[in-house]
Ligand binder design. Structure first.
Ligand code: FAD
Length: 439
């Protein structure tokens, strides 16, 4: 799905209930009453749309990118929160039982507690729900526990809002608008069941096994898995998967990791993983033969059919993982285009696959540049950070403006490298990047 098409679908879904309400034939009320109902409808359609955005559907994640999808998810969630919280305070009509002569409820907002309780409960639950989402990753609960709670909590809140909408919403008295909310809620529930039930069931039919696991740099491991009774995965170099090692797929104990092997190298998948939290710090205890499951491939950090006269791969730390996959694929495909890998880290001990990269760099069209921010005495390579001066020296000539620049690393590094590249004349449309963190 093209990003613009996705955006158009999102905008349509969000604003469709307002359009349906406008054509319902009900006489409009005061500006403030209409604004109140409009804010509520906008918030509810966004909440339901969020299920599709976080459902890891490959037509979305494979074209728009996971980090863009998640940023949109976070941004519109905040908008929906504000709209939902202000909506009850915008009404100017009386909170009363309807007058007998006011059959289309122009003069009153329902005061029937049977119609209001669900909305009030959802209103109370929403702020802590969003605050917990913003504070995710804090040490007092695991990411997996948070993630399941987030999905289940969203489902409960949307169930409450659906009840409130159908029983209190003035416009939901029109059958086609009530039908719209029911269908959209059913699709949201289907997205939830897809991720928590259907994907694990599919994974059970395509298990993997850990083939090899070994340290390759300071606190960095190479994990290799092999398909167990199936052909493996169709993926493009640079994509990522959710990887679960040693747990039932229904436990959702899985983490996103970029594939650092090349599709041309065979059916096994390799990952380069840095120790960070509970799962990644336990890699040393995993034994070959352990069962693994994969959900993917996802992601848009791929060269694919993009036209480019050369490829610049710029990595910070463990961000090198997908870029190594791309470099390996270019080498195995005998791609004639020149490519340069710029790989920054703090010390030489943290550089992964240094010997393999040095061998690759001996090929005529490949250059590998290591950049250390804490170089040891006698280091003859680049030192400091990847900044505008370094990029200008390497990619400042006009011929480089037709190259493709593929970036992966910490968010601050990505932002400064993107600015520096644009500053030396690289068109923003020729820069691809992926963050390993959604915040
Ligand atoms: C698209 C993508 C590709 C990545 N590729 C690599 C890679 O190739 N090599 C590598 O070392 N790291 C990679 N990461 C980062 C890696 O996913 C985290 O370091 C890892 O999940 C930490 O897990 P943990 O259990 O050790 O730590 P935890 O303490 O459980 O998690 C630490 C942080 O990692 C993130 N995280 C954990 N689990 C998930 C999850 N299921 N979904 C999304 N984020 C999660 C959260 O921000 C969390 O706060 C990638 C991340 C993303 C989003």
């Amino acid at each position: 799905m093209a990003p613009r098409l996705l955006l158009a679908i999102c905008v349509c879904v969000i604003f469709l209930p307002l359009g349906l309400a406008a054509t319902s034939g009900l006489r409009p009320r005061s500006f403030w009453d209409e604004l109140a109902s409009g804010a509520a409808m906008l918030a509810f359609s966004i909440f339901l749309l969020e299920f599709a955005l976080s459902g890891r559907f490959r037509p979305i994640t494979g074209r728009v990118g996971m980090d863009v999808t998640m940023r949109v998810h976070q941004l519109i969630a905040r908008t929906a929160l504000v709209a939902a919280l202000v909506h009850p305070f915008l009404y100017r009509a009386e909170w009363n039982p309807p007058y007998p002569w006011d059959v289309t409820r122009i003069e009153t907002v329902t005061a029937n507690i049977g119609a209001l309780w669900s909305g009030m409960l959802a209103w109370v639950l929403l702020p802590p729900f969003v605050v917990l989402a913003i504070m995710r990753g804090r040490p007092n609960y695991t990411y997996e526990a948070w993630r399941f709670g987030h999905g289940a909590g969203a489902l409960v809140i949307c169930g409450l809002v659906l009840h409130h909408t159908l029983s209190a919403g003035r416009y939901a008295s029109a059958p086609f608008l009530a039908g719209f909310w029911i269908v959209l809620s059913a699709l949201a529930l289907a997205s939830f069941l897809w991720i928590y039930l259907a994907v694990p069931l599919l994974q059970l039919r395509r298990p993997w096994r850990v083939e090899k696991i070994r340290p390759v740099a300071e606190r960095i491991w190479q994990v290799e898995i092999t398909p167990d009774g199936h052909r493996g995965l169709d993926y493009e170099a640079g994509q990522f998967v959710w990887l679960n090692i040693g747990h039932s797929p229904f436990g959702h104990r899985e983490n996103p990791f970029s594939i650092s092997s090349a599709p041309r190298s065979g059916a096994n998948l390799q990952f380069l993983i840095k120790e960070l939290g509970d799962f990644t710090s336990s890699l040393g205890t995993i034994r070959p033969g352990t069962r693994a499951y994969v959900d993917g491939p996802h992601g848009t950090l791929t060269i694919g059919a993009r036209e480019a006269t050369g490829i610049a791969l710029i990595a910070g730390g463990i961000g090198v993982a997908p870029l190594i996959g791309i470099l390996r694929q270019l080498a195995l495909a005998d791609d004639p285009r020149p490519r340069i890998l710029v790989y920054a880290d703090r010390t030489p001990k943290q550089l992964a696959y240094r010997p393999e990269l040095e061998v690759l760099a001996r090929k005529a069209n490949t250059e590998v540049v290591f950049v250390l921010s804490e170089p040891p005495p006698g280091w003859s390579g680049e030192s400091g950070l990847i900044d505008r001066a370094l990029l200008g020296r390497m990619f400042g000539r006009a011929e480089h403006h037709d190259w493709l620049f593929v970036l992966c690393g910490p968010p601050q590094m990505l932002a400064s490298v993107e600015d520096a590249l644009v500053g030396i004349g690289v068109p923003a449309s020729r820069i691809l990047s992926e963050r390993f963190d959604y915040d």
